[in-house]
Design a protein around this ligand. Structure first.
Ligand SMILES: Cc1cc2nc3c(=O)[nH]c(=O)nc-3n(C[C@H](O)[C@H](O)[C@H](O)COP(=O)(O)OP(=O)(O)OC[C@H]3O[C@@H](n4cnc5c(N)ncnc54)[C@H](O)[C@@H]3O)c2cc1C
Length: 604
């Protein structure tokens, strides 16, 4: 006859088997759902790789000699078609362009809508914000995940009588959480999203896991305390390691809250890294049968670190302050290619002037220049906290003398960006930027215009809307904006800048500073400066009108392929843009071939 102790062990083993099988099946369900979305996104991947430059851009930074666009002035080649039609030619003349009508070999990027026409209303609905910046689409994903874990925890089990189940649920989600946390994100690559876009799932999943781990532990702590065996049992190695893992999970949770992320990012970062290093081995020591999960996490973490090394370039950068602004301009002459517009790099300044520990900090910045252009890699850093202020100070101390403003930098990337959404494949683009989000607008705008000259863009019209607090902050960009408008020969560009703070000083860039009395100010043809909030609806209307009307020469024969909207800035601005897009009449959306949005916010 079996002893009571043997019976308990057998029962425990049976439960263990049940729990492992169940969490395995729940994981299968979760990964199958991810695979389904990845499958659905394959046409977008095919479309992306239909453009040759997309094969080698977006992965590694490099230097590439700049090739001039292949412009043929003769009419002999059959494959060369006129990029500029008669209408556009007249249009160009009207705008006072000086170039000859050129012929380039057109290689328009293939366009694949994010969803079929029938699902546009659903897509629009999924973008509506309901909770603290979260959209219905995001909440639905989190709700499904939540349900899957609730099912795994409670199916034929009660966490108050079976503590192993929540433990298994917790560990089973470790690999997913690790996969979502890496900068070189396997899931992101499969789905076509940057790591920062999936970060909300990482945060939510991690919270549920920590909750499950606590449920698992509380059961034992309660039982041991009630039986008076707490001090005896808690020191047993298996239990002690479990306690250490739990304590570090809770530390991780506490220091990951938005308070710490916003107020002391480094505290969040260090506690996260140290806790992770402690949690993995202690989890294994607590329960050696969890080794496969621990190894999966170690593999994901290790692979990411190796990829980061491959993506890192140590280079010399020129760091200068942008006069009249709180922005530091950094350019890296030895890098000019390898990124896609909208992507960011992680930057480390290797100089003692940033403080003794300054070199340990890595900060993300969107690349403000277009790839494969005469410009090199440029980032613009607005002073917001300690590190960016120190950077600003350093750039000012070093002055404008070229040799003194040079500094060694560690540039890692590129990461993120619009994924599989190709702005150049749409009929029109509206870029809406708030504050330092202008970096996103600059790179997108320059890339679209450069592609247009090479015959690689279907875009017939680009509108940039920039909302900034201080009107004078446009001073360093006026020259660039004006040049871009002049260069936008075949694809009209309109720039509308809105400033939200009342003028306290004269506008130094105006020939007659008192002209500010007459608002809005037209700084150049198609370039205005207006006080107040942006009129996003109006910008969308103008872009739709240009996308559906004729006059873009050869592009007209390609059909109407939608309006791309890119927004980069505070969450409130992104919310406004989503609302404005939702407010567009559905017949008008259909007429333009749908409106797709890419959102970029400087945080998570
Ligand atoms: C994807 C992305 C792209 C960005 N692009 C630009 C850009 O082009 N131009 C620009 O001026 N700013 C950009 N930012 C914001 C910039 O990274 C922060 O302003 C900068 O890191 C602040 O550091 P700090 O120590 O000076 O300020 P802090 O006071 O420490 O932080 C200010 C804010 O920045 C966040 N932050 C701080 N350190 C980091 C970090 N290492 N990683 C992520 N977030 C951090 C904090 O959560 C806080 O909300 C971007 C941020 C992200 C996430």
């Amino acid at each position: 006859m079996a002893s009571p102790a043997t019976n308990i062990t057998t029962q425990f083993e049976q439960q263990l088997v049940k729990s492992t099988t169940l969490v395995f099946h729940v994981n299968l369900f979760i990964y199958a759902a991810i695979a389904l979305v990845a499958l659905f996104r394959i046409p977008h991947l095919v479309a992306l790789f239909g453009t040759p430059s997309e094969w080698y851009n977006g992965h590694f930074l490099r230097y590439s000699p700049v090739k001039q666009p292949k412009v043929s002035r003769s009419n002999t080649s059959n494959s060369a078609r006129t990029l500029v039609g008669e209408d556009t030619h007249h249009d160009r003349k009207r705008r006072g362009g000086e170039k000859d009508v050129s012929e380039v070999e057109v290689k328009y990027p293939p366009h694949t809508a994010v969803v079929p026409r029938q699902l546009r209303t659903m897509l629009s609905l999924s973008r509506v914000r309901i909770l603290d910046g979260y959209s219905i689409g995001q909440i639905s994903i989190l709700a499904m995940y939540f349900y899957a874990l609730v099912y795994a925890t409670f199916f034929k089990s009660n966490p108050f009588t079976d503590a192993t189940r929540p433990g298994w649920v917790a560990i089973s989600q470790f690999p997913l959480i690790f996969a979502l946390a890496q900068k070189n994100n396997i899931l992101g690559s499969l789905l076509g999203y940057g790591y920062e876009r999936l970060n909300y799932v990482h945060r939510f999943a991690a919270k549920l896991v920590i909750l499950a781990a606590n449920l698992h532990a509380v059961y034992y702590l309660y039982r041991w305390t009630a039986a008076g065996t707490f001090t005896e049992l808690v020191v047993r190695p298996k239990n002690a390691w479990g306690m250490v893992a739990l304590i570090f999970m809770n530390i991780m949770y506490f220091f990951s809250t938005s308070f710490w992320r916003n107020k002391a990012y480094n505290v969040f970062l260090w506690t996260h890294s140290i806790s992770m290093i402690v949690i993995l081995p202690t989890t294994y020591l607590h329960q050696p049968s969890l080794l496969p999960y621990v190894l999966a996490c170690v593999f994901l973490y290790g692979a990411d670190r190796v990829m980061r090394l491959f993506k890192t370039r140590i280079a010399t950068a020129i760091v200068i302050p942008l006069p009249g602004t709180d922005i530091t301009h950094i350019e890296v002459p030895s890098l000019n290619a390898g990124w896609r517009p909208g992507q960011h790099v992680r930057l480390r300044i290797l100089s003692r002037r940033m403080g003794w520990l300054g070199w340990t900090e890595v900060h993300p910045f969107t690349i403000a220049s277009a790839p494969d252009s005469h410009d090199c890699l440029i980032v613009m850093c607005k002073q917001s906290g300690d590190w960016t202020k120190r950077l600003g100070l350093m750039s000012k101390e070093r002055g404008y003398v070229d040799s003194e403003s040079k500094v060694k930098v560690w540039v890692e990337g590129p990461y993120g960006g619009p994924g599989r959404m190709m702005f150049a494949s749409f009929s029109a683009a509206v870029l809406i930027c708030g504050g330092s989000g202008i970096t996103f607008g600059l790179t997108m705008m320059q890339d679209l215009l450069a592609k247009d000259l090479k015959g690689e863009s279907r875009v017939k019209y680009v509108e940039l809307v920039w909302v900034t607090q201080d009107a004078n902050s446009i001073t360093p960009l006026i020259q660039l904006f004006t040049t871009l408008i002049q260069q936008s020969v075949y694809c009209p560009l309109r720039i509308s800048v809105y400033y939200t703070k009342p003028l306290t000083s004269k506008l130094t860039f105006l020939p007659d500073p008192d002209a500010a009395a007459h608002l809005p100010i037209t700084l150049h043809h198609n370039f205005t400066l207006t006080p107040g909030r942006p009129r996003i609806g109006r910008a969308l209307d103008a872009a739709i009108m240009r996308a559906v009307s004729l006059g873009a020469g050869h592009k007209d024969s390609q059909g109407i392929t939608g309006l791309a909207v890119g927004v980069c800035g505070p969450t409130g601005l992104a919310d406004d843009v989503v609302r404005a897009v939702s407010a567009v009449d559905s017949a008008r959306k259909d007429q333009v071939g749908g409106i797709e949005i890419h959102e970029e916010t400087f945080g998570w």
